[in-house]
Design a protein around this ligand. Structure first.
Ligand code: ATP
Ligand code: MG
Length: 201
Protein backbone atom coordinates (compact mmCIF):
# COMPACT_ATOMS: atom_id res chain seq x y z
CA UNK A 1 0.00 0.00 0.00
CA UNK A 2 1.24 3.48 -0.87
CA UNK A 3 2.09 5.88 1.94
CA UNK A 4 -0.09 9.03 1.86
CA UNK A 5 1.91 12.01 0.62
CA UNK A 6 3.30 14.19 3.41
CA UNK A 7 1.56 17.61 3.54
CA UNK A 8 3.59 20.20 1.71
CA UNK A 9 4.27 23.50 3.49
CA UNK A 10 2.15 26.29 1.98
CA UNK A 11 3.84 29.62 1.37
CA UNK A 12 1.84 32.39 3.10
CA UNK A 13 -0.01 34.73 0.74
CA UNK A 14 1.58 38.17 0.64
CA UNK A 15 -0.23 40.41 3.14
CA UNK A 16 -1.88 37.45 4.95
CA UNK A 17 -2.37 37.74 8.70
CA UNK A 18 -0.45 35.49 11.04
CA UNK A 19 -2.61 33.09 13.06
CA UNK A 20 -2.37 33.97 16.76
CA UNK A 21 0.10 31.79 18.65
CA UNK A 22 -0.62 33.02 22.18
CA UNK A 23 -3.96 32.26 23.84
CA UNK A 24 -6.16 35.17 24.99
CA UNK A 25 -6.10 36.08 28.70
CA UNK A 26 -7.99 33.50 30.76
CA UNK A 27 -11.24 34.51 32.47
CA UNK A 28 -11.53 33.16 35.99
CA UNK A 29 -14.79 34.60 37.35
CA UNK A 30 -18.40 33.49 36.99
CA UNK A 31 -21.39 35.83 37.11
CA UNK A 32 -24.81 34.49 38.13
CA UNK A 33 -26.35 36.46 35.26
CA UNK A 34 -25.50 39.11 32.71
CA UNK A 35 -27.01 42.21 31.16
CA UNK A 36 -26.55 42.34 27.39
CA UNK A 37 -27.29 45.16 24.99
CA UNK A 38 -27.36 45.04 21.19
CA UNK A 39 -27.54 48.54 19.76
CA UNK A 40 -26.42 50.52 16.71
CA UNK A 41 -27.89 51.07 13.27
CA UNK A 42 -26.77 47.82 11.62
CA UNK A 43 -28.86 44.68 11.19
CA UNK A 44 -28.62 41.91 13.75
CA UNK A 45 -29.83 43.26 17.11
CA UNK A 46 -33.09 41.35 17.40
CA UNK A 47 -31.66 38.24 15.75
CA UNK A 48 -28.82 38.24 18.29
CA UNK A 49 -31.29 38.39 21.17
CA UNK A 50 -33.48 35.65 19.67
CA UNK A 51 -30.42 33.48 19.07
CA UNK A 52 -29.54 33.87 22.73
CA UNK A 53 -33.12 32.93 23.64
CA UNK A 54 -32.61 29.71 21.66
CA UNK A 55 -29.44 28.97 23.60
CA UNK A 56 -31.22 29.45 26.91
CA UNK A 57 -34.15 27.27 25.81
CA UNK A 58 -31.64 24.65 24.67
CA UNK A 59 -30.49 24.42 28.29
CA UNK A 60 -34.05 23.78 29.41
CA UNK A 61 -34.42 27.19 31.08
CA UNK A 62 -37.38 29.55 30.93
CA UNK A 63 -37.37 32.53 28.57
CA UNK A 64 -39.60 35.57 28.36
CA UNK A 65 -39.55 37.84 25.31
CA UNK A 66 -41.21 41.25 25.45
CA UNK A 67 -41.32 42.96 22.06
CA UNK A 68 -41.93 46.68 22.20
CA UNK A 69 -43.08 49.04 19.45
CA UNK A 70 -43.75 46.53 16.71
CA UNK A 71 -47.41 45.74 16.25
CA UNK A 72 -48.97 42.35 16.84
CA UNK A 73 -49.77 42.04 13.14
CA UNK A 74 -46.08 42.40 12.19
CA UNK A 75 -45.41 38.67 12.30
CA UNK A 76 -41.76 37.95 12.67
CA UNK A 77 -41.40 34.22 12.29
CA UNK A 78 -39.03 33.64 15.15
CA UNK A 79 -41.32 34.62 18.01
CA UNK A 80 -43.90 32.02 16.97
CA UNK A 81 -41.20 29.39 16.91
CA UNK A 82 -39.76 30.52 20.22
CA UNK A 83 -43.18 30.26 21.82
CA UNK A 84 -43.62 26.78 20.34
CA UNK A 85 -40.33 25.96 22.04
CA UNK A 86 -41.77 27.14 25.34
CA UNK A 87 -40.79 30.82 25.52
CA UNK A 88 -43.35 33.24 26.91
CA UNK A 89 -43.78 35.93 24.27
CA UNK A 90 -45.51 39.30 24.73
CA UNK A 91 -45.88 41.67 21.83
CA UNK A 92 -46.77 45.14 23.03
CA UNK A 93 -47.19 48.45 21.24
CA UNK A 94 -49.17 49.28 18.15
CA UNK A 95 -46.58 49.57 15.43
CA UNK A 96 -44.09 52.08 14.19
CA UNK A 97 -44.39 55.58 15.59
CA UNK A 98 -44.69 57.05 12.08
CA UNK A 99 -47.80 54.92 11.49
CA UNK A 100 -49.33 55.71 14.86
CA UNK A 101 -52.59 57.66 14.86
CA UNK A 102 -52.37 58.26 18.58
CA UNK A 103 -48.99 58.58 20.22
CA UNK A 104 -50.55 58.82 23.68
CA UNK A 105 -52.03 55.38 23.13
CA UNK A 106 -48.65 54.08 21.89
CA UNK A 107 -47.03 55.46 25.04
CA UNK A 108 -49.65 53.84 27.25
CA UNK A 109 -49.14 50.50 25.49
CA UNK A 110 -45.39 50.75 25.97
CA UNK A 111 -45.90 51.49 29.66
CA UNK A 112 -48.18 48.48 29.96
CA UNK A 113 -45.50 46.41 28.22
CA UNK A 114 -42.95 47.65 30.70
CA UNK A 115 -45.14 46.39 33.59
CA UNK A 116 -45.05 42.94 31.97
CA UNK A 117 -41.27 43.17 31.56
CA UNK A 118 -40.76 44.40 35.11
CA UNK A 119 -42.80 41.52 36.53
CA UNK A 120 -40.97 39.01 34.32
CA UNK A 121 -37.59 40.26 35.55
CA UNK A 122 -38.59 40.61 39.20
CA UNK A 123 -40.39 37.27 39.35
CA UNK A 124 -37.11 35.40 39.02
CA UNK A 125 -38.68 32.52 37.10
CA UNK A 126 -37.06 33.33 33.76
CA UNK A 127 -33.41 32.68 33.10
CA UNK A 128 -33.56 35.19 30.23
CA UNK A 129 -35.79 38.19 29.67
CA UNK A 130 -35.46 39.76 26.22
CA UNK A 131 -36.57 43.38 26.03
CA UNK A 132 -36.67 43.74 22.26
CA UNK A 133 -36.67 47.34 21.01
CA UNK A 134 -36.90 48.72 24.54
CA UNK A 135 -34.50 51.56 23.72
CA UNK A 136 -37.21 53.42 21.77
CA UNK A 137 -39.78 53.78 24.59
CA UNK A 138 -36.87 54.63 26.90
CA UNK A 139 -35.55 57.33 24.58
CA UNK A 140 -39.02 58.78 23.92
CA UNK A 141 -39.73 59.05 27.63
CA UNK A 142 -42.59 56.54 27.47
CA UNK A 143 -40.89 54.23 29.95
CA UNK A 144 -38.86 55.63 32.82
CA UNK A 145 -35.15 55.02 32.28
CA UNK A 146 -34.46 55.28 36.02
CA UNK A 147 -37.10 52.68 36.77
CA UNK A 148 -35.80 50.33 34.07
CA UNK A 149 -32.21 50.68 35.28
CA UNK A 150 -33.25 50.08 38.87
CA UNK A 151 -35.29 47.01 37.92
CA UNK A 152 -32.44 45.53 35.87
CA UNK A 153 -29.79 46.34 38.48
CA UNK A 154 -31.84 44.75 41.28
CA UNK A 155 -32.94 41.67 39.30
CA UNK A 156 -32.91 38.24 40.93
CA UNK A 157 -29.48 36.65 40.69
CA UNK A 158 -30.02 34.26 37.79
CA UNK A 159 -32.09 36.44 35.49
CA UNK A 160 -30.15 37.47 32.39
CA UNK A 161 -31.51 40.52 30.57
CA UNK A 162 -30.99 41.27 26.87
CA UNK A 163 -32.04 44.71 25.59
CA UNK A 164 -32.09 45.61 21.90
CA UNK A 165 -32.65 48.78 19.91
CA UNK A 166 -30.78 51.70 18.42
CA UNK A 167 -29.31 54.49 20.53
CA UNK A 168 -29.04 52.59 23.80
CA UNK A 169 -29.00 55.21 26.59
CA UNK A 170 -25.50 55.69 28.04
CA UNK A 171 -26.69 54.73 31.52
CA UNK A 172 -28.00 51.41 30.21
CA UNK A 173 -24.67 50.77 28.49
CA UNK A 174 -23.08 51.65 31.82
CA UNK A 175 -24.84 48.93 33.80
CA UNK A 176 -24.57 46.28 31.05
CA UNK A 177 -21.88 43.59 30.99
CA UNK A 178 -21.81 42.99 27.25
CA UNK A 179 -22.68 45.65 24.71
CA UNK A 180 -22.47 45.19 20.97
CA UNK A 181 -22.76 48.14 18.63
CA UNK A 182 -24.04 46.75 15.35
CA UNK A 183 -22.51 49.07 12.77
CA UNK A 184 -24.26 49.37 9.43
CA UNK A 185 -21.71 48.70 6.71
CA UNK A 186 -24.40 48.24 4.08
CA UNK A 187 -27.96 46.96 4.05
CA UNK A 188 -29.97 45.58 1.12
CA UNK A 189 -32.75 48.07 1.89
CA UNK A 190 -30.42 50.91 0.90
CA UNK A 191 -30.30 49.35 -2.58
CA UNK A 192 -34.11 49.41 -2.66
CA UNK A 193 -34.52 45.74 -1.74
CA UNK A 194 -37.62 44.99 0.34
CA UNK A 195 -37.49 43.17 3.68
CA UNK A 196 -37.08 39.46 2.92
CA UNK A 197 -39.15 36.73 4.56
CA UNK A 198 -36.95 34.42 6.57
CA UNK A 199 -34.09 36.92 6.64
CA UNK A 200 -35.62 40.11 8.00
CA UNK A 201 -38.81 38.80 9.61
P1 ATP B 1 -32.90 42.10 12.81
O1 ATP B 1 -34.31 41.96 13.35
O2 ATP B 1 -32.82 41.68 11.38
O3 ATP B 1 -31.87 41.50 13.70
P2 ATP B 1 -32.37 44.67 13.93
O4 ATP B 1 -33.11 44.23 15.12
O5 ATP B 1 -30.91 44.94 14.09
O6 ATP B 1 -32.59 43.66 12.73
P3 ATP B 1 -34.23 46.86 13.65
O7 ATP B 1 -33.79 48.28 13.71
O8 ATP B 1 -35.00 46.31 14.79
O9 ATP B 1 -32.96 45.99 13.31
O10 ATP B 1 -35.05 46.72 12.34
C1 ATP B 1 -35.70 45.56 11.98
C2 ATP B 1 -35.87 45.47 10.48
O11 ATP B 1 -35.20 46.51 9.81
C3 ATP B 1 -35.25 44.20 9.89
O12 ATP B 1 -36.07 43.85 8.81
C4 ATP B 1 -33.90 44.62 9.44
O13 ATP B 1 -33.38 43.87 8.34
C5 ATP B 1 -34.14 46.03 9.03
N1 ATP B 1 -32.92 46.81 9.23
C6 ATP B 1 -32.03 46.68 10.22
N2 ATP B 1 -31.00 47.53 10.06
C7 ATP B 1 -31.27 48.22 8.94
C8 ATP B 1 -30.59 49.25 8.20
N3 ATP B 1 -29.42 49.75 8.62
N4 ATP B 1 -31.19 49.71 7.08
C9 ATP B 1 -32.35 49.22 6.65
N5 ATP B 1 -33.05 48.27 7.29
C10 ATP B 1 -32.52 47.77 8.41
MG1 MG C 1 -34.78 44.79 16.11
Amino acid sequence: MEEPAAPQPVAPQPGAQQPPTTPPARATKRAPSLVLVATGDGKGKTTAAMGTALRVLARGWAVCVVQFVKSGDWHSGEVGLLSQLGAEVHTVGDGFSWDSQDLERSAALARAGWQVARDAIGGGRYRLVVLDELTYPLNWGWVSLDEALDCIARRPAKVNVFVTGRDAPAALVGIADTVTDMRNVKHAYQAGIMAAKGIDF
